[in-house]
Design a protein around this ligand. Structure first.
Ligand code: F6P
Length: 364
């Protein structure tokens, strides 16, 4: 019996379960393959005792429309930065990658499929360089990977954000208010920009274009005649005013390397008031609501294709590569190319030009 181990790593994302199900369903068509799921990314392999479960067709039945991941995930630690206490009781990290590779050999694992975003695929590349037979599946709601046309989870997040804009419009119009919706997007404004266009927002503020508060105020004021009117602003969590740093909070979570973004909408509200905003303003922070729940059909279809293709790559021995969607093909790219360059919004992106075409201001 040959074994492929599947791990889901980093933040969860609608569509992860559809990928897992597709891998298992494709593998079950081969008589000699077993699929294992490592609980909480690679933690399941590294823990003593290990926590790895067999994923058969029964285990994955009907999970394609469930959000989250049935094998759990984490964005802390990992084989190269395992949290340990030093002799003074302070938290530090240890490299357990060699030990993990040995454990996988001992478990009879022939190949690994790592489903994750940029950070996770950097880990994939490092493990591949150490000789592990590993394949990556891209995952991010932020759509910030450049080596694939799109990733599952992103469209679901856009859908949820758009529905939130729709809801804010009715209350904003009723009260003649400015409504600020903060959405995810640490360094990439794709969710914000898509939701702003789909929801008909007037202002969209993204990490790639630091905004001028006075320009934002000017646009708001154009929307009010005397005190009547309303404005919808969609702001990405990583957006900031010209000359300012991002809005973040300190985290004392052991092994959490990400910056924790927080407060972009509150800060904008404050900045607008200081710049002379006279109208009522309210804000809503969408947070993890946009990452939870049922994946939309588009994401389920993409995720299913990614899962089938990943297993095919295992059979073909295409290790060291990440699945990639390059319309109309599902193909793959070497990890080193996949992690080379992020996918950020640029000023000449067609969607940005067209967003400006319908009057959306980016505060610049
Ligand atoms: O990278 C995906 C993402 O959803 C970001 O948009 C967000 O900043 C981050 O993850 C939040 O991570 P956590 O689940 O650790 O709060």
């Amino acid at each position: 019996m040959k074994r492929v181990l599947v791990a889901t790593a980093g933040g969860d994302c609608p569509g992860l379960n559809a990928v897992i199900r597709a891998i298992v369903k494709r593998a079950s068509q081969e008589k000699d393959w077993e699929v294992l799921g490592s609980i909480q990314a690679f933690n399941g392999v590294l823990w003593e005792p290990t926590e790895v479960k067999v994923l058969d067709e029964k285990a994955v039945a009907g999970i394609h429309f469930q959000g989250g991941t049935i094998i759990e995930t984490t964005n802390k630690g990992g084989p190269f930065a395992w949290p340990v206490k030093d002799k003074d009781g302070k938290w530090t990290t240890a490299d357990r990658s060699d030990e993990m590779i040995r454990k996988l050999m001992y478990m009879g694992v022939d190949a690994v499929i790592n489903i994750g975003g940029d950070g996770s695929q950097q880990i994939s590349q490092a493990l591949y360089e150490k000789g592990l037979n590993i394949i990556g599946v891209p995952k991010t709601i932020d759509n910030d990977l450049s080596a694939t046309d799109s990733t599952f989870g992103f469209q679901t997040a856009v859908q949820i954000a758009t529905e939130s804009v729709d809801k804010l419009v009715t209350t904003a119009a009723s009260h003649n208010r400015v409504m600020i919706l903060e959405v995810m997007g640490r360094n990439a404004g794709w969710i914000a920009m898509n939701a702003a266009v789909a929801g008909g927002a007037e202002i969209c503020l993204i990490p790639e274009i630091p905004y001028d508060v006075n320009k934002v105020l000017e646009k708001i004021n154009q929307r009010f005649i005397r005190d009547r009117g309303f404005t919808i602003i969609v702001i990405a969590e990583g957006a900031r005013a010209i000359g300012k740093d991002i809005s973040k909070v300190e985290t004392n979570e052991v092994g959490y390397k990400n910056v924790k973004f927080s407060g972009a909408a509150s800060r904008l509200e404050q900045e607008l008031k200081e710049a002379g905003l006279k109208h009522d303003v309210r804000k809503a922070v969408l947070g993890h609501i946009q990452r939870g729940g049922v994946p939309i059909a588009y994401d389920r279809v993409l995720a299913t294709q990614f899962g089938v293709h990943a297993f095919q790559m295992v059979m073909d021995g295409k290790f060291g590569e990440m699945v990639s969607y390059q319309h109309p093909y599902i193909t793959s790219v070497p990890f080193k190319d996949a992690i080379k360059k992020p996918n950020y919004v640029s000023r000449d992106t067609a969607l940005m030009r067209n967003a400006r075409g319908v009057g959306i201001s980016f505060g610049d």
